[in-house]
Design a protein around this ligand. Structure first.
Ligand SMILES: C[S@@+](CC[C@H](N)C(=O)[O-])C[C@H]1O[C@@H](n2cnc3c(N)ncnc32)[C@H](O)[C@@H]1O
Length: 297
């Protein structure tokens, strides 16, 4: 089970109106979605995820939330990448949202299911696609990308300084089809420093590339002024410094243009208490903004 990260802080910054329409751009197993829905009366939440398996689990987890009034669905599930959320708004007949939440990255469920290929801890096929119905897999990248491009990808997306040595070892070991094989060959190529597995950053880089996570985030951030109405709130949770920087700069640019007001002057981090009970929350960073009416001073 994925424990929703910084749930109270997300709800506080979203300042939910019971009659509002909200979008959870990354529904996952539905932790945040359910908590938002529970605060709604006549409003509803559009719950998106590009991972069909996660969405099916969320639907099962959240069945209870909609049991109270079967005539009115407070949660509307949409299987799509968040770069295309405009389509789900259209399908629901919603011109603009009262709030939007994006809890980026992968869930515990995705990470711990070996067969999804995200984890270097449990062996499985080298897949890493959040949406298993499309796109290239991590195996396609490690087996077919030229060595130079592979090294650049590992360096840029994984911030891995030993990227050239890793890329060389990968190319020599081809073909590679499992996470276990990839993790082992990287461990043999570069020495372990500290507690972190030497393949951690390479796995992260591959995951970001496979799911085009940078491109997805750029499209979502650029669409915010058209998706969310004046007075509406946007909350973004990130788990990687690169991603947090992108969000921070996008929010600052929106404030400069008079489109939004930054609500989190400094990035908000989980409490020690939360980290104590949910270790994966330790790297979370929360940023929030409120959309402004461009025509008002
Ligand atoms: C950290 S988890 C969200 C967990 C969720 N808040 C919960 O409480 O269960 C991130 C989720 O976002 C989804 N995701 C990541 N990038 C996405 C994208 N570009 N479009 C749609 N969903 C995405 C992943 O499939 C994953 O289920």
């Amino acid at each position: 089970m994925h424990v929703p990260v910084m749930l109270n802080e997300c709800l506080e910054y979203l300042a939910i109106r019971p009659d509002g329409v909200y979008l959870d751009a990354t529904c996952g197993l539905g932790g945040h979605t359910g908590a938002i829905a529970n605060r709604l009366t006549t409003g509803f939440v559009i719950a998106c995820d590009r991972d069909a398996e996660s969405l099916a689990r969320a639907q099962a987890n959240l069945e209870q939330v909609d049991m109270t009034d079967p005539r009115r669905k407070r949660i509307r599930f949409h299987h799509l990448p968040f770069s295309l959320v405009g389509e789900s708004l259209k399908a629901e007949g919603v011109p603009q949202l009262d709030g939007l939440l994006a809890d980026l990255g992968v869930s515990r469920y995705q990470l711990t299911e070996g067969e999804r290929g995200f984890s270097l801890m449990s062996d499985g096929p080298l897949d890493m696609r959040m949406d298993r119905s499309q796109g290239r897999t991590a195996a396609d990248i490690v087996n077919y990308e030229p060595e130079k491009q592979l090294a650049d990808l590992i360096f840029q997306l994984g911030e891995e300084r030993r990227s050239r040595r890793i890329a060389r070892a990968i190319v020599r070991a081809r073909p590679i089809s499992t996470t276990g094989h990839l993790a082992k060959l990287i461990e043999n190529a570069v020495p372990r420093t500290g507690k972190i597995h030497p393949a951690t950053q390479t796995f992260m880089a591959l995951r970001i590339a496979v799911n085009e996570e940078r491109e997805e985030l750029d499209v979502l951030l650029a669409a915010l002024p058209s998706l969310v109405k004046p007075g509406g709130r946007i909350v973004v949770l990130t788990f990687m410094s690169l991603e947090d920087r992108v969000v921070k700069h996008a929010f600052q640019a929106m404030e400069r243009l008079g489109e939004a007001r930054i609500l989190t002057k400094h990035v908000v981090r989980p409490t020690e208490e939360e980290i104590g009970v949910n270790a994966p929350s330790r790297s979370a960073k929360l940023r929030a903004i409120e959309m402004k009416d461009e025509h008002l001073p």
